[in-house]
Each structure stands twice: as structure tokens, then as C-alpha cells.
Design a protein around this ligand. Structure first.
Ligand code: KG4
Ligand code: ZN
Length: 349
């Protein structure tokens, strides 16, 4: 039995978890700062970093207590190395390095975006274990990324497609803001879309060419801005809720139509794939789950709703697999945090 403590602080959630053997979550606590950033319409980096600093120590103590373990029983620590808000990440990384030094524990730095994928496998008990799941396709759909990978194993990621402009979740947030919903707006759009009829609003198709393995959401956002303003002008007042619901339904379907089209094309080029893992904040969306299950021939795995958004359990789980693979030297603490890809000094994970 291997116990990993996972620590996450890359954006506006301070989170930690204790996970056994990469999949069994003994405890997972997430302290969200959403309320603190809401009035600014987005996450304020300086406020985020200071709040992480305030809560990280008691949060980790609570996480260990809830799991019924002490630091002595923890086999290794995993922490988000990047990408994200650098001041926020540094809080988690500094805390994790100090903890590793104090208790003489191995420390595994992990990539936050890749770690999301492992959220889809938390608590999942598949006959045949990981061999029944890998190789697989894996899609991370969050506020910052729309990344499609082919994964030969739990630690081998080959990026097959990504967004060339806005991320899918970012597009939901921007459209929601336009309609007057608070940040993050994805859940509000999904809720309103349930009472709408997508067929009532014509939507443009983005990245229609089959051969183009990429995502693009900026055009869809611009289309929604124009549509919204035009209707408001024509009506000469607020757009009625029933019409808003139709717009949300059409927008949502087109956003996910693009996802499913590109996943299908990529999966066809990797016939050895045994499953499809879908993770990230947007993976909480019920309509997306429905469309993926209907349109893609691979067996899909989605995270439990509490493991879609940022959490420490996905960090612990990915850290467990990296640790077991022997690809990093977990006694080496000489690595840096990174905010964006391309800026990391050294990272294989
Ligand atoms: O993974 P996440 O918590 O944070 C990032 O690392 O970005 O994802 C947050 C994103 C936000 O854009 C939010 O609007 C979106 O996930 N989201 C949703 C839903 N729930 C959260 N988008 C669509 N439908 C939802 N139900
Ligand atoms: Zn995330």
C-alpha cells in the first residue's frame, strides 16, 4: 500500500488529498476562493497567492487528520509545479519542499493540466485494472486548456490537439459574462440550456476541416457577442429568458460538437486506444457527457463531479504513477515552479 499526499495551489483553489495506490481517495479537501474573486470578474493573482498562504497549513493538517494518517505514514508528496499563477504555485511548492525536507520524504513535481486526466480514474474499479484502460485517448477541458492526448501509459502523454485561441471553459465563462452571469459561468449556461431548444438558433461550425486536429473557440465567442448585441438592439431591451435559453443550448451543443468531432478523428488514428478519459472543470457538464457517450466509440470515463475541478487527489494520483515509473529523482528539490509551458527550466512531468 502506497500513500501519497497531493498538494494543489495553481489557481484559486487550495487543495490537498491523501490517495492510496493512485486511486483510492482517503481524504480530499478543497478550499475555494471563488467568492473572493467574484466581484473582480476573474481571479486576481495577488489575492490568490495571499489566500493560499493563509490556509495551506491548516488545510494540510485537516487532510491528514481526515485520512487518519500522520506525515510519518506518507510514502511521498506530490505537488503542482505548473502551469498556473506563479505566485500561487510558489506557495504550494515552497510548502511541499519544506514538508519533504522536514520529514525526509520523496517529493514529486507534477504538471497540473496532465494531472486532471487522473481525476477521471479516481475511485474507479475496472476489472483488468489499468491494462483495460491504457492505451487511451484523454481530453482535458478546463478554463485554461482544451488538450487532447494519446496516452500509452499513465505517464506517457502525446499532445494530439489543443486550442489555438480560447479554451473551451474560457469561452463558456466569456459568453456567460456577456449574458450577465457571475464567474465562473459554465454551470449557469448548462442550467439555462436545459430549458432551451438548440435547433432555434443557427450556429457557425468552427475548424470544420476534418484533417485539422486543433480546437478553436474564439470565433464561437465572437459569434455569440454579435448575436446577443443584435437581438438586444432588435428587441430594444433585455433578451427574454426563453430566447437566452435557446442561445445557451445552441452554443453549448456547438462547443461540444467541435470537441466530439476532433476526438473522433484523433481516436480513429489511434485504433489501439481502449478508452477515453475526459476531465477538467467542463467535464462536469451533463450535456457534454451525453454527447461524448453517444458519438464516440470508446468507453468513456468521467471524474466524479468533485474531481472535475481542481483538487489535490488528481495531483496525488499522477504523482503516484510518476513516482512508480522512476522517471524523476524524488530526492532532488532543485527544480523551479513554472507559470507557462516553455518557461519551465526542467520538467519531464
Ligand atoms: O478545471 P477547472 O476547475 O479550472 C481550470 O484549471 O481552468 O475548470 C474551470 C472551468 C470554468 O471555465 C468553468 O466555467 C467550467 O470549468 N465549468 C463548466 C461547468 N462547470 C465548470 N463549463 C460548462 N459546464 C459546466 N457544468
Ligand atoms: Zn485545473
Amino acid at each position: 500500500m502506497t500513500l501519497i499526499l497531493g498538494i494543489e495551489s495553481s489557481c484559486d483553489e487550495t487543495a490537498a488529498a491523501v490517495v492510496e495506490d493512485g486511486r483510492r481517495v482517503l481524504s480530499s479537501i478543497v478550499a475555494s476562493q471563488t467568492d473572493m474573486h467574484m466581484r473582480f470578474g476573474g481571479v486576481v493573482p495577488e489575492i490568490a497567492a495571499r489566500q493560499h498562504l493563509r490556509v495551506i497549513d491548516p488545510l494540510i493538517q485537516d487532510t491528514l487528520r481526515e485520512a487518519g494518517v500522520t506525515m510519518d505514514q506518507i510514502d511521498a508528496i506530490a505537488v503542482t509545479q505548473g502551469p498556473g499563477l506563479i505566485g500561487a504555485i510558489l506557495v504550494g511548492v515552497s510548502y511541499a519542499k519544506a514538508l519533504a525536507l522536514t520529514y525526509g520524504k520523496p517529493l514529486v513535481p507534477v504538471d497540473h493540466v496532465r494531472a486532471h486526466v487522473h481525476g477521471a480514474l479516481l475511485g474507479v474499479d475496472v476489472p483488468g485494472g489499468l491494462d483495460a484502460i491504457f492505451p487511451c485517448m484523454a481530453m482535458v477541458v478546463s478554463g485554461g486548456h482544451s488538450n487532447l492526448y494519446f496516452m500509452a501509459s499513465p505517464v506517457d502523454y502525446e499532445l494530439m490537439a489543443h486550442s489555438v485561441d480560447d479554451a473551451c471553459g474560457e469561452c463558456f465563462d466569456k459568453v456567460a459574462k456577456l449574458m450577465g452571469f457571475p464567474y465562473p459561468g459554465g454551470p449557469a449556461i448548462e442550467k439555462l440550456a436545459r430549458s432551451g431548444n438548440a435547433a432555434n438558433v443557427r450556429m457557425p461550425r468552427m475548424v470544420g476541416q476534418k484533417s485539422k486536429l486543433m480546437f478553436s473557440y474564439a470565433g464561437l465567442k465572437t459569434h455569440m457577442v454579435n448575436l446577443w448585441r443584435q437581438r438586444a438592439r432588435e428587441i430594444g431591451g433585455p433578451v427574454p429568458e426563453s430566447e437566452m435559453a435557446d442561445m445557451c443550448a445552441a452554443f453549448q451543443d456547438e462547443a461540444f460538437e467541435q470537441l466530439t468531432r476532433k476526438i473522433s478523428v484523433a481516436a480513429a488514428s489511434r485504433p489501439e486506444s481502449r478508452s477515453l478519459l475526459v476531465a477538467g472543470g467542463v467535464a462536469a457538464n451533463g450535456r457534454m457527457r451525453e454527447m461524448i457517450a453517444e458519438r464516440i466509440r470508446l468507453k468513456p470515463y468521467f471524474p466524479h463531479p468533485r474531481f472535475c475541478a481542481d483538487n489535490g487527489a488528481m495531483i496525488a494520483s499522477y504523482g503516484y504513477h510518476i513516482w512508480r515509473s522512476g522517471r524523476v529523482d524524488p530526492t532532488d528539490l532543485g527544480w523551479d515552479a513554472y507559470s507557462r509551458y516553455g518557461f519551465q527550466a526542467s520538467s519531464a512531468t
